[in-house]
Design a protein around this ligand. Sequence first.
Ligand SMILES: [Zn+2]
Length: 342
Amino acid sequence: MVFLAINYHYIDDEKKYERGIYPVSVKRFQEQLEKLGKFFTFVGQKDVLDALAWGKKLPENCCVVTFDDGLKSQYEQALPILNKMGIPAIFFINGLPYLESKALFVHKVHWARSKMSPAEFLGEVSHLYTLFTGEPFNLGSFINMSEEQLRSFYPYDHLDETRIKIFLNKSTLDLALREQIINTIFKSIVKEEKEFCDNFYMTNKQVLELYKNGSIGWHGYAHKPVTLLSDSAMQTELKSASRVLSYITGDSKAAANSVSFPHTIPVSLKIAQVAGSVGMKFGFTMEKAFNTSLLHPLLFSRLDANDIPGGKAPLFSMEDNGIKILDKKLNICRREYFEEGT
Ligand SMILES: [Zn+2]
């Protein structure tokens, strides 16, 4: 069997933002689904849960369509296409926008970068770093990587953009200081964070509708990089799904069965253990591979929209005689997690 999981973020006009945010257009989205539909049978959350719970067979070649971050553009632009084509999907939401009317760090960064040039953005970061720490700012001291290594992380971005992303997501910069800098920049652009959230994320009503359809999953309370967290912080990120969903749906028994782990490189068995302990039945990492079995269902691999046919840099194509791998970054099957032994 081949069980392919694909993932989308922003669905919108591809030229809507000058930089920083790179949506997939409705047209591209629909074309990708049409292409995939010739080879794969689309399955939804219930199909996967039934397969795991009582062995209901999934189609030989099947595909699940997923969306991360609970963005309103997914509901407004992608859902009508999915409904028209009769394709199920899973939308993974976070807690912070719903319980605290706060935007996620990752989106504050996207938004700021869409409004400022890389030079302006870095200038502002540098200024605030010095203001908050009293130290001069030296980007190079936080990033110890060759150009080739930098490109391997974000192959679709300009190198300056990549340096900024690495600095914000993977450098040794203190997490609290990082948030303080980004919050300050975000506040200078967006006056009302609640209003921003209302426009940017799905409303409670929209989430409720998707929840009733069995199409909601969990993406962490505050979108923290789970693999880098302590065990207790990891648990807090993952177990708050029922609290948030109960708040949104008014149903005290509301819960999530599936999770999409934010920033899961490297993948670890630990996140699967913690997710399983808080009731998640299956989950997705960012490992670029096809799933060829339902073993280790909390560590299903998943491809980005850019990686699939019709995307910016497809890693495979679909031929009459099967799937053809176009890029060695894509593995034909997942790592053997059970041999990791941790
Ligand atoms: Zn995310």
